[in-house]
Write a protein that binds this ligand. Structure first.
Ligand SMILES: Nc1nc2c(ncn2[C@@H]2O[C@H](COP(=O)(O)OP(=O)(O)OP(=O)(O)O)[C@@H](O)[C@H]2O)c(=O)[nH]1
Ligand SMILES: [Mg+2]
Length: 200
């Protein structure tokens, strides 16, 4: 008998360094390579974990993709993106507070025809790196409440503004979505992100 896994597939896309591999590691306990300085993921990887978290599925598969922005065109990795998107029940765009969204918008536009209608896939934007530091006139602003492990009020205002900006930029361009603020390395927002990813 040939065993079959009925697996729920999740594809992570986004600019290099935005934290796709880190988020997968935090969400699913994997050990994918990450790097603070140089583009890290160079091939498509699929990690499958047995799970009864999603009704009707035996496992969860996370597709980690190479980041966009490393080359002036996305052609070198395009086939990976097309394959992962066409096999996914949920597509996660990982972004940051940085306002540079043009490359992600172009990528999603190029992948629209590869969405698998049979899966009625979800689309989620993970707003990562929300603990990134900021200095104004050489004075560092406190953006993270270490005790509560959550953004400070100052940072929460920026997050709210960024979410409104993402609504403007991505609504009607790919699939309906919700944006979840997260911090991969501090474990913030991960339960909410997971719920959004797996709730059909
Ligand atoms: N401060 C902070 N650092 C983060 C966060 N998420 C990821 N990082 C760091 O950012 C760097 C890049 O993260 P990766 O997970 O390698 O990013 P990636 O999107 O997979 O990058 P590519 O594989 O090049 O596409 C690593 O050094 C991570 O430790 C976060 O929320 N906050
Ligand atoms: Mg990576």
């Amino acid at each position: 008998m040939k065993p079959v896994l009925n697996t729920y597939n999740i594809c992570f896309l986004g600019r290099t360094g935005n934290g796709k591999s880190s988020l997968i590691n935090s969400l699913f306990g994997t050990s994918l390579s990450t790097d603070p300085y140089v583009p890290c993921t160079k091939i498509l990887s699929a990690t499958t974990k047995l799970s009864d978290e999603i009704e009707g599925y035996d496992s969860i598969t996370a597709y980690d993709t190479p980041g966009i922005g490393e080359f002036s065109s996305i052609v070198p990795y395009q086939r990976y993106y097309e394959y992962a998107v066409s096999n996914s029940h949920c597509i996660v765009l990982v972004t940051t507070l940085d306002r540079n969204d043009a490359s992600a918008q172009r990528l999603l536009l190029s992948l629209k025809d590869f969405v698998n209608e049979d899966y009625s896939p979800k689309f989620v934007i993970a707003l990562n790196h929300i603990d990134s530091r900021v200095a104004i006139e050489n004075k560092e602003i406190v953006v993270w409440n270490e005790t509560a492990n959550e953004p400070t009020e100052y940072r929460q205002n920026q997050i709210d503004q960024r979410i409104a900006m993402l609504d403007q930029k991505f609504t009607g361009k790919f699939l309906p979505f919700e944006t979840i603020p997260v911090c991969a390395i501090r474990g913030y927002g991960l339960d909410r992100l997971k719920t959004s990813i797996i709730n059909k």
